[in-house]
Write a protein that binds this ligand. Structure first.
Ligand SMILES: *[C@@H]1O[C@H](CO)[C@@H](O)[C@H](O)[C@H]1NC(C)=O
Ligand SMILES: *[C@@H]1O[C@H](CO)[C@@H](O)[C@H](O)[C@H]1NC(C)=O
Ligand SMILES: *[C@@H]1O[C@H](CO)[C@@H](O)[C@H](O)[C@H]1NC(C)=O
Ligand SMILES: *[C@@H]1O[C@H](CO)[C@@H](O)[C@H](O)[C@H]1NC(C)=O
Ligand SMILES: *[C@@H]1O[C@H](CO)[C@@H](O)[C@H](O)[C@H]1NC(C)=O
Ligand SMILES: [Zn+2]
Length: 678
């Protein structure tokens, strides 16, 4: 008998890891790179106070803002006299206000169009794409309303493609019209996808500069009825997909209308992401929503055409916002538009009224502007540059404010999901100079703890987007406390009282069963059950124990265990839409707020609390096993760093079990002294 070859077992291991971990692979967004390579067909933005000659969409040659051949911005060079003229024409108009009859915004109608030339997908691949895209579209149309396109949506052709010669003499009657067709012209394409002829306006040639003779080379197509945005879907394993396996999908908008609003776009879904071992419906839905938000306006290519439309009873008056991005005094690029500023202000509880939302620097181009939020400040937003487990990313109010500030949409904020990250932390939250010592959202070192939503156990880590700041990121595998099957997977002897259950959450803990000889114990994130008793009030259950009140911002000890559990403040039973993915029901919240366990130590200073905890532990009476009560609720002011909590938990376990266990001391004591309660 031959020994088993190591190759199949390695493959098996790899497969096993993939199966264990369909969501731990981060999805990286390459939107900016893709969008900048697309030649967008944009109509000159018309304003309705035109006193001279009303511009008719059909007769205005579309303006190409990009040269498709080059990913770099070569606009200046390649633009001919015609488009330069249009450009200046456009900017002249930008200064003026314009008035338009009020058309009440209605939910945006996004039409998905699956291309026939797509490689034949299997039945289940098609189903997966369609289910995810339909769900994403329905989510987006619940959020965004537009002034709907009347009748049918017809897309434009790029005059620079179908035309070989344009009349450029501004005094000629056929100025800006096509003089001679380009015989090589075949189709309008965007991101490698051919737009169906039926969706396009026709085109006409005017052989003489001044005579009205014309030759219709192609009549207008039928157009697409009941549609405000055309989404061309293409599912394929493209070069971009193969180049980076973390890219699940990418997209670009292809056309804008006379308001500057994008009306068509292409989304490529990497076929690899549909494979059984990688696929997650929720994840694909979230990715598609993210890409849709880019295509609809959250794009650095569109910031400059965002408009300010104020609604008065009779009309909508719009002006261009002009520059919405700028660098602050620390060199951080920020997005400054009124709703974004307001919403960030509310979110961080900042007194800094002109606080713009920071943009990601890592994927920014030469100008420093990008189409994603800075990961340190808006972690957990759907518009971060990388997405992971879908339960950890929200359609947050700051992102929705940005879409509102495009001026093209009216946003229904009642569908916003809450962003817990940084809530109430002030305007310097997430800055490089403060992330290592002033917030419980960040960590130091590389210990184990809890992801800030407490659904996952985490490890303190950094990455290129965090630029040295560290946060607890979900462990690579079996980190979900709410997943019951993780109990089997971890297979650790249950000396720490962990329970994996749909209502379990992660808690920083140093609990060890009493008299349990354990070789090495440290403070880390552990899974215990929780149930809400009110806002920011909850009880927890540890293996073999009863439910215990867990006062937010304090640590508790549990009968039968050494050490303590820390009860996070404003993380649990705080925002009710922070739930594991499978939960469709909201946790039960009693109307009557529990007043069971008043803790009077709440206002004590940290040093005093350290002292009380020390003395209370020393003068502890012999353990009495009334399982219904917590031995002591104590310590810790509401505002403190994770480091302090770690120190305190380690301190407690050392006091109790120092004879039987060795405690990993990865906590540097000096930090505790730096952190004074506010
Ligand atoms: C533009 O057209 C006008 C009248 O058609 C003509 O007089 C003029 O010379 C032309 N200009 C140029 C630069 O060709
Ligand atoms: C926003 O959505 C909610 C819930 O679907 C709905 O009741 C409300 O009418 C919507 N508001 C607007 C202005 O459309
Ligand atoms: C916001 O900050 C002020 C002090 O700057 C504080 O009094 C208030 O309670 C905070 N609000 C919230 C919701 O955190
Ligand atoms: C945090 O650390 C920075 C230097 O890294 C220091 O300047 C600052 O005073 C510290 N803040 C607190 C609250 O300890
Ligand atoms: C997954 O967890 C197991 C046991 O906890 C561990 O041995 C393994 O290295 C982990 N895999 C990865 C990819 O981290
Ligand atoms: Zn993106």
């Amino acid at each position: 008998m031959e020994a088993e070859s190591p190759v199949p077992s390695l493959l098996l291991l790899l497969l096993l890891l993939l199966l264990l971990c369909p969501v731990c692979v981060l999805g990286r967004c390459i939107f900016d790179e893709v969008q900048s390579s697309v030649r967008v067909v944009s109509l000159p933005i018309t304003l309705s106070d035109l006193s001279d000659r009303p511009l008719n969409q059909a007769e205005v040659p579309p303006l190409s803002t990009k040269d498709s051949g080059s990913p770099l911005q070569t606009t200046q060079k390649t633009q001919d006299a015609t488009s330069q003229h249009l450009q200046s024409h456009r900017f002249r108009r930008m200064e003026k206000n314009w008035i338009r009859d009020v058309v009440q915004p209605e939910p945006i109608r996004i039409k998905m169009w699956t291309l026939r030339e797509s490689p034949t997908l299997s039945h289940w691949e098609r189903e997966r794409v369609e289910a995810a895209v339909s769900e994403a579209i329905s989510t987006v149309s619940n959020l965004l309303s537009v002034r709907r396109v009347p009748d049918r949506l017809l897309l434009n052709r790029d005059i620079n493609k179908y035309c070989r010669f344009i009349w450029r003499n501004s005094s000629s009657a056929n100025y800006n019209r096509c003089g001679r067709a380009n015989e090589k012209y075949r189709a309008e394409s965007c991101l490698g996808v051919n737009i169906p002829e039926d969706h396009l306006r026709g085109y006409t040639v005017y052989p003489h500069p001044d005579l009205p003779n014309l030759k219709v080379l192609k009549p207008d197509g039928m157009g697409v009825p009941d549609s405000d945005f055309l989404l061309y879907m293409h599912t394929q394993s493209t070069e971009k997909c193969r180049a980076d396996s973390s890219v699940l999908a990418y997209s670009a908008h292809c056309q804008t209308d006379t308001d500057g609003r994008p009306v068509a776009g292409v989304m490529v879904i990497c076929r690899e992401s549909l494979r059984a071992d990688q696929f997650s419906h929720e994840r694909l839905v979230q990715t598609v929503i993210h890409e849709l938000f880019h295509m609809l306006g959250f794009s650095k290519e569109l910031y400059r055409t965002w408009r300010d439309c104020s609604l008065s009873p009779q009309s909508v008056a719009c002006t261009f916002r002009g520059h919405v991005t700028n660098t602050d005094e620390t060199g951080q690029m920020r997005l400054y538009s009124p709703s974004v500023i307001k919403s960030l202000h509310t979110h961080l509880n900042s007194t800094h009224t002109e606080l713009g939302a920071p943009l990601e620097k890592q994927d920014a181009g030469p100008g420093g502007v990008s189409s994603h939020w800075e990961a340190r400040v808006l972690q957990g937003s759907i518009m971060m540059a990388t997405l992971g487990d879908p339960s950890l990313f929200q359609i947050d109010p700051v992102t929705l404010s940005a879409l509102q500030d495009t001026g093209w949409y009216s946003v229904n904020f009642s569908h916003a999901q809450s962003l817990l990250w940084g809530e109430g932390e002030g305007d310097s939250f997430g800055s490089l100079s403060t992330c290592n010592n002033s917030s419980s959202f960040f960590c130091t070192g590389s210990g184990l703890g809890c992801h800030y939503l407490h659904l996952h156990k985490g490890e303190c880590q950094s990455d290129e987007y965090l630029e040295g700041c560290r946060i607890y990121k979900p462990l690579a595998n079996s980190s979900e406390c709410w997943k019951e099957e993780n109990e089997r997977k971890t297979e650790v002897e249950n000396w720490s009282g962990e329970i994996y259950h749909s209502d379990s959450r992660c808690f920083l803990s140093s609990l060890i069963r009493q008299n349990h000889p354990s070789p090495s114990v440290s403070v880390e994130g552990r899974c215990y059950r929780h149930r809400c008793t009110g806002t920011n009030m909850y009880e927890i259950q540890v293996g073999g124990s009863d439910w215990h009140d867990c006062p937010a911002g304090k640590s508790i000890e549990v009968v039968g265990y050494c050490g303590a559990v820390f009860c996070p403040d404003k993380r649990l039973c705080h925002q009710y839409d922070v739930l594991p993915p499978a939960s469709t029901h909201k946790p039960h919240v009693p109307a009557q707020i529990s007043t069971k366990a008043p803790f009077s130590e709440r206002n004590h200073t940290l040093s005093h609390q350290l002292l009380t905890s020390y003395t209370s532990l020393n003068s502890k009476p012999a353990p009495h096993f009334s399982t219904s009560t917590v031995k002591a609720g104590m310590i810790v002011a509401p505002v403190l760093g994770i480091t302090t909590v770690l120190f305190l938990l380690a301190f407690l376990i050392r006091k109790c079990c120092s004879d039987s266990v060795r405690v990993h001391a990865f906590i540097e004591t000096p930090h505790v002294m730096q952190l004074q309660p506010a």
